[in-house]
Design a protein around this ligand. Structure first.
Ligand code: GLU
Length: 283
C-alpha cells in the first residue's frame, strides 16, 4: 500500500504526541482527574512499589499485583481512568516526595506512611490502611524477639523509610543499621547473613515470609512497634484531587472492595489487617 507524504507526516505527528502523553509526568495532565476531555488518550501516572509481594509487585511478565495496586486501580477508575490508562512507575521509599513534587507522578500508592515531615513537601489522601512496624529474622534465630535485642545487631531497613528513622531515634539507637534502597535487598541480606534482622511494616514483611521461595526461612517477631497509617501521596495544595481521592477511598471501603482487596492480597500471607481507618487527611 502506498501512503502519501502528508499522511505519513500526520501519522508521525500522532505517534509523537502519543509518546509525549505516555512519557509525560502525571502532574500536568488531568488536574480535573481525567473526568473530562479526551479521557481515551489521557493517562494517569501512579507511583507504586515494584518489589513488595502482596502490596506492590511487578511480576516477571510485566503485570502489577498487590493491595496498593488494587487501591490505585480503584481510585484511578473513580477519577475517570480505566486500568489501561494507568502507567505505573516505581516509587522507592526515598524518592516518593521527589516524584510527587517534580510532577513525575500524579499519585503515590506505595505503603506510604502519613507523617508531618512528609507533609511539609506533599499532601496525602486517606489513610486507607493501618500497618505496624515489625521485625523479620531467620527462622532459627531465638536471640531477637523485641526491639531492644537489635542493639549491636546488624539490622536492615530502607533509606527514606519511617522504619529506619524509628530505629535510629527510638527503637534501637545502638543497632548497626544498614540502609538499602529496597526491602528485597534487605531480604537477600538476611538470607545470606549479611544482616541479622529486617525491619519495616509487618504487612510488607509478611508478604516476603510467605513467598514460595522463602518458605521456612524467616519468621516475624509479631510486634507492633509503631503505627503506620498509609496515605495516597499527591501534590501539595491540590485540594481538589485530595477530596476526590478521599471520596474514592471511602467508596472502596463502603462497597466492600477494600475488604476484598485486603483478603485477596494479604490473606494468603496470613497477615491480620486492622479494620479500614477513618479518613482524616484534608479535613
Ligand atoms: N510505611 C513505611 C514508610 O512509609 C515503611 C514502608 C516503606 O518504606 O514504604 O516509610
Amino acid at each position: 500500500m502506498k501512503i502519501s507524504k502528508a499522511a505519513a507526516a500526520a501519522a508521525v505527528a500522532v505517534a509523537l504526541s502519543l509518546t509525549a502523553t505516555a512519557c509525560g509526568g502525571g502532574a500536568d495532565k488531568a488536574s480535573d482527574g481525567g473526568a473530562s476531555g479526551d479521557a481515551k488518550k489521557d493517562k494517569i501516572v501512579i507511583g507504586i512499589k515494584y518489589d513488595q509481594p502482596g502490596l506492590g509487585l511487578k511480576t516477571p511478565d510485566g503485570k502489577f499485583t498487590g493491595f496498593d495496586v488494587d487501591v490505585a486501580t480503584y481510585v484511578a477508575k473513580e477519577l475517570g481512568y480505566q486500568p489501561d490508562q494507568i502507567e505505573f512507575k516505581q516509587a522507592v521509599s526515598a524518592e516518593r516526595e521527589n516524584l510527587i513534587s517534580n510532577g513525575d507522578v500524579k499519585l503515590v500508592v506505595a505503603t506510604y506512611t502519613i507523617n508531618d515531615k512528609r507533609k511539609a513537601r506533599v499532601d496525602f489522601a486517606g489513610p486507607y490502611f493501618l500497618a505496624h512496624q515489625d521485625l523479620l529474622v531467620r527462622a532459627d534465630d531465638t536471640s531477637i524477639t523485641k526491639a531492644e535485642d537489635l542493639n549491636k545487631k546488624k539490622l536492615c531497613s530502607v533509606t527514606g523509610s519511617t522504619s529506619a528513622q524509628n530505629v535510629k531515634t527510638k527503637l534501637a539507637p545502638d543497632a548497626d543499621l544498614q540502609e538499602y534502597p529496597g526491602y528485597s535487598e534487605c531480604l537477600t541480606g538476611l538470607e545470606n547473613k549479611a544482616v541479622d534482622a529486617v525491619t519495616t511494616d509487618g504487612s510488607i514483611l509478611a508478604g516476603y515470609a510467605a513467598q514460595e521461595k522463602n518458605k521456612g526461612k524467616f519468621k516475624l517477631a509479631g510486634l507492633k512497634l509503631s503505627d503506620e497509617p498509609y496515605g495516597i501521596g499527591l501534590k501539595k495544595g491540590d485540594k481538589e484531587l485530595q477530596t476526590k481521592v478521599n471520596a474514592a477511598l471511602k467508596k472502596m471501603v463502603e462497597d466492600g472492595s477494600w475488604q476484598k482487596a485486603v483478603d485477596a492480597n494479604l490473606g494468603p500471607a496470613g497477615y491480620k489487617a486492622d479494620p479500614a481507618p477513618q479518613i482524616t487527611e484534608g479535613s
